[in-house]
Design a protein. Structure first.
Length: 261
């Protein structure tokens, strides 16, 4: 299926590794121009080289998104380079363990600031250009917004807010034909997830236990599977889809835990 994304410009935060990297590569494979926005300098430069060596085009912006002015500058750099923006993928974030019992109000506020505020800031500054292109926004959330996890209040609150913003923006921006949707991953083997698994005494047994509870295929979701749906939602092939949350998890969140085949 041709997604008609050739030479379309999409900003992807946290685009140098994990789910973000997979989204960037999927966009490049479709002939789009991904803008890799994030702090991972080495990974970003390696990814840029890979895309350009394969005949694609991209822009690399190394930046910490903690300040609104940084998001504004990134949008301007993108427009200066390509003249337009067709979509934004809000993906950057970290499950930082800012909980309730063992946390503090300061850690909670910092977590929300780290994981939520740049989602708003980037879309705010990109909005005039998205209006012109009738573009799309995809917010990458997390199953923690739907299920909770324990010990990560700041991250879970941020991810829940991202889902709320998805519906809110879908309503507000429908008159401009800007579509806004969210992806809700569960168990995906990203570098961040690998670090978490490795924190257990018997990491491989812990991983096997998690995989055994995933109904479809008894396996983790891949970053590429998340990317495929994300890129479809950025394309006009999903032209009448907005305000939706797509849970891509092999049935992990919603299917009965008693399932055991």
């Amino acid at each position: 299926m041709d997604l008609h994304l050739k030479n379309k410009v999409f900003i992807v935060t946290g685009g140098a590794k994990g789910i973000g990297e997979a989204i960037v590569l999927e966009l490049a494979n479709e002939g789009a121009i991904p803008v890799i926005l994030g702090r991972s300098k080495k990974e970003s430069l390696d990814l840029e080289k890979k895309i350009k060596d394969e005949g694609g085009n991209c822009l690399n912006i190394i930046a910490d998104l903690s300040e609104a002015s940084v998001c504004e500058k990134a949008v301007q750099q993108t427009v200066d380079a390509f003249g337009e923006i067709h979509g934004v993928v809000n993906n950057a974030g970290v499950n930082d363990g800012a909980g309730l019992e063992e946390g503090t109000p300061e850690r909670f506020r910092k977590s929300v600031d780290t994981n939520l505020m740049h989602y708003y800031d980037l879309v705010y500054f990109a909005l005039p250009h998205l209006k012109e292109s009738k573009g799309a926004i995809v917010n990458i959330s997390s199953k923690t917004a739907l299920t909770g996890q324990g010990g990560t209040s700041g991250y879970a609150a941020s991810k829940g807010a991202q889902l709320a913003l998805t519906r809110e923006w879908a309503v507000e921006l429908a008159k401009y034909e800007i579509r806004v949707n969210a992806i809700v991953p569960a168990e995906v083997m990203t570098p961040q997830y690998r670090r978490w698994i490795d924190s257990f005494d018997d990491s491989e047994r812990s991983l096997a236990e998690i995989e055994s509870r995933i109904p479809l295929g008894k396996r983790m979701t891949t970053s590429e599977e998340i990317a495929a749906t994300t890129v479809f939602l950025l394309s006009k092939r999903s032209a009448h889809t907005t305000g939706q949350w797509f849970v891509i998890d092999g049935g992990y969140v919603h299917l009965d835990r008693a399932y055991n085949e």
